[in-house]
Design a protein around this ligand. Structure first.
Ligand code: GLN
Length: 320
């Protein structure tokens, strides 16, 4: 695995398509060349290559974990009543709601994620963000912090999200003060993580909610299953269909350049490369995941799943 990651890193080092997100001004100040790949196993091993300890803001990757916490705290029926589980086929920041139900299409687009923040606020009040931070830190296996500059930058410029928040308030999807709810959402998006953190966070989901190295049970079983299902169908914005077809594992991307992928019961994969494509996904991250899935047979519906066997046999050999 170590060797495979090194080769993969080498193979895609020259891939420079895409550009830094600049609609949040502070994100445009990042180093576009950063590139890290990390893989954590459900058995607690970690493999990494490149800029794996470089910090970046988690952005939309946080939506998957916030959804998982909401499912646990509020119950799937209550969450489902307000947020759908259908791919939207629209951009992550689209101002659209499911015309049949008036709900946000799913929790992985901004409208759904802001509704999640609203529901957490209803349940937890001022503890909503500290709870999210604590859970996501436990999933990463280390205390995470907020990038104050990115948080401020998005707060100052996030008028589109503010508009979405007011529409949600108007139709009763959220009931608390819009600014307070957006503050939770902007903070959760500004948490600093590394590719290694994403790999562990993915491995925690892969390991049905238990962090494979710390042993902490971070998320509840049923919530993990539901979260992975939505990551599988909606995690990559309007590239989710292409991703399910080509890569075939639950995943979530963010405009900060991170992607987390989950090979159920086996692996968490984290990539970081901040040049993003027109749909908001890390361009280099997509290539890396495609190759990893092909080389190791990670696709959920890979008939022999030989690659996965290969991974576990490699690990066994290494331990022997
Ligand atoms: N904070 C960002 C936003 O709301 C997250 C978007 C993303 O990563 N796709 O615009």
């Amino acid at each position: 695995m170590r060797q495979a990651l090194r080769e993969l890193h080498q193979r895609h080092l020259g891939e420079t398509t895409g550009a830094l997100a600049d609609y949040i001004p502070e994100l445009a100040k990042g180093d576009p060349d950063r590139f890290g790949i990390a893989v954590a196993t459900a058995g607690g091993d970690l493999f990494q290559t490149g800029d794996c300890l470089a910090e970046f803001t988690i952005q939309s990757v946080s939506k998957a974990f916030a959804y998982c916490v909401a499912l646990e705290l509020l119950g799937r029926e209550a969450v489902l009543e307000r947020i759908g589980v259908e791919p939207s086929g629209d951009a992550f920041n689209a101002i659209v709601f499911d015309p049949r139900t008036n709900r946000p299409f799913n929790p992985m687009v901004n409208a759904g994620a802001i509704t999640v923040a609203g529901m957490l606020h209803e349940r937890l009040g001022d503890d909503a963000f500290p709870t999210l931070l604590a859970r996501m830190s436990a999933a990463a296996g280390r205390p995470l912090a907020v990038d104050e500059a990115v948080y401020r930058s998005e707060t100052e410029t996030g008028h589109r999200n503010r508009a979405i928040g007011h529409l949600l308030r108007n139709c009763g999807a959220i009931s608390g003060p819009v600014d307070t709810i957006l503050d939770i959402y902007f903070r959760q998006c500004s948490m600093l993580v590394t590719a290694v953190d994403l790999a562990w966070m993915g491995a925690t989901l892969a390991h049905i909610g238990e962090h494979p190295a710390t042993g902490e049970q971070v998320f509840e079983l049923g919530a993990v299953r539901d979260t992975l299902a939505v990551m599988f169908t909606c995690g990559m914005y309007d590239y989710s269909g292409g991703w399910a077809f080509k890569v075939g594992i639950p995943a979530k991307s963010g405009v900060g350049g991170g992607i987390v992928g989950v090979v159920n019961r086996q692996l968490g994969i984290g990539t970081f490369s901040p040049r993003i494509d027109a749909l908001g996904n890390s361009a280099r991250g997509l290539r890396v995941f495609e190759d990893l899935a092909n080389d190791f047979g990670l696709h959920t519906f890979e008939c022999l799943n030989q690659g996965s066997l290969f991974v576990s046999s490699m690990l066994q050999r290494e331990r022997a």
